[in-house]
Design a protein around this ligand. Structure first.
Ligand code: S3P
Length: 437
């Protein structure tokens, strides 16, 4: 049953908080922990449904993940040491979990069924299946959406693969498969995407080469027959979750918040860069290194914003933040033109269409031109709409955020999916002064 929720215009948002751990890093910590020898201890792992799908999957393959007082411990089985699951692997809503785990299963002589919820079963898997089958994975029935049954092999072939779409999930899936292949597996990405897999592979002791090319492309090479050693990791806060708090503080007059320990990896900070260009009063304090990743404390104050053009090459560094950027843009003065958003159509929902529909329902002037989203901000937003979230956590959080700054209350049709990435979102926001009913 769906769980609607209404957000209303709020008093200033204020306080000092932390957001849950980064989702991308959390998935990878569990997976590399499973492929390492020895124990991996993870502090700050995101305990949300998407990541728990990965924890269940690695456990089903023989790498149990246990939990004790905020520390997750994975008992690694070594590269190539996992066993076939007894039952289908259910990845719920998580594209990252399913695509990365396809890369892992590819390098084991095992048959596995991959399935997920209705949203995940609509999403394209061909983008990972194509390179993985070139390496030796077999897919029953030549399907490219889940449910899928696949057969991996211990005799994977290393490849050199140029990404057709800028996708960290595809890159990571191939690199994870490459750990099992003899020789070198290279992924060339025309635009750099989030690089957590590479960073963490280095941290676990894999041999890796990264080449930044003159044309902006990046080539990542992993050496096969790898040996990974269990590690201790601390996961910083998720910037994609912090984005909703930052947006709320910007659009609710008089607000000021500090979000501690947010991941500041430059392949993830496009949203913050764009907000600064819009005139946001946003500061990173105490930038530091935590286990190969940068983190800092974000201080944000309510700001008068102006519309900007967001270039297409920035998209990979803020791909999950476009719905909430579109919300912020509605409160700015002037037009915000977000260019080159084709990938948004393939997320947990068609976020391009759904973001435009939600804004229209809230009285915002918005249009889609080819793959671009153009929002005409008028300094304030009427609100008053009922927004459809299409099983998409980020749409739910983006439009609840809009409701906090709009003149009339905004209702989203279902908040259940928020648990996939940001459990506690509503109570954390309420603690800062947000009003929901
Ligand atoms: C992710 C990569 C992105 C992003 C997703 C998480 C990852 O997807 O949208 O939420 O952890 O690798 P794509 O790589 O498909 O763009």
């Amino acid at each position: 049953m769906s769980q609607p929720l209404t957000a209303r215009r709020s008093a200033p948002i204020s306080g000092r908080v932390r957001v849950p751990g980064d989702k991308s890093i959390s998935h990878r910590a569990l997976i590399l922990g499973a492929l390492a020898t020895g124990r991996t201890r993870i502090v700050g792992l995101l305990e949300a449904e998407d990541v728990m799908a990965t924890a269940r999957a690695v456990a089903a393959l023989g790498a149990e993940a246990t939990h004790d007082g905020g520390v997750f411990e994975v008992l690694g089985q070594g590269v190539g040491g996992l066993r076939a699951p007894d039952a289908p692997l259910d990845f719920g809503n998580s594209g990252t979990a399913s695509r990365l785990m396809l890369g892992v299963v590819a390098g084991h002589d095992m048959r596995a069924e991959f399935t997920g919820d209705a949203s995940l079963c609509r999403r394209p898997m061909g983008r990972v299946i194509e390179p993985l089958t070139t390496m030796g994975l077999q897919v029953e029935g030549e399907r490219d959406t889940m449910p899928l049954t696949v057969q991996g092999t211990q005799d994977l072939i290393p490849i050199i693969y140029e990404l057709a779409v800028p996708s960290a999930q595809v890159k990571s899936s191939i690199l994870l498969a490459g750990l099992h292949a003899p020789g070198r597996t290279t992924v060339v990405e025309p635009l750099p995407t989030r690089d957590h897999t590479e960073r963490m592979l280095g941290f676990f002791g894999a041999e890796l080469k990264i080449e930044d090319r003159a044309d902006g492309a990046r080539a990542v090479t992993v050496c096969g027959d790898a040996e990974l050693t269990g590690a201790n990791l601390a996961v910083p806060g998720d910037p994609s979750s912090a984005a909703f708090l930052v947006a709320a503080a910007l659009i609710c007059p008089g607000s000021e918040i500090v979000i501690e320990n947010v991941l500041m990896n430059p392949t993830r900070t496009g949203f913050f860069e764009t907000l600064r260009e819009m005139g946001a009063d946003l500061e990173v304090l105490d930038l530091r290194d935590t286990g190969g990743e940068a983190a800092g404390d974000l201080r944000v104050k309510a700001s008068a914003l102006k519309g900007v053009r967001v270039p297409p090459e920035r998209a990979p560094s803020m791909i999950d933040e476009y719905p909430v950027l579109a919300v912020v843009a509605a409160f700015a003065e002037g037009e915000t033109h977000m260019v080159g958003l084709a990938e948004l159509k393939l997320k947990e929902s068609d976020r391009l269409a759904a973001t435009a529909a939600g804004l229209t329902a809230c009285g915002v002037e918005v249009r889609i031109e080819a793959d671009d989203l153009i929002v005409r901000g008028a300094g304030s937003v009427r609100g008053g709409g009922r927004v459809e979230t299409h099983m998409d956590h980020r749409l739910a959080m983006a439009f609840l955020t809009l409701g906090l700054g709009a003149q009339e209350p905004v209702t989203v049709d279902d908040v259940a999916m928020i648990a996939t990435s940001f459990p506690g979102f509503v109570s954390l926001m309420s603690g800062l002064g947000a009003e929901f009913a």
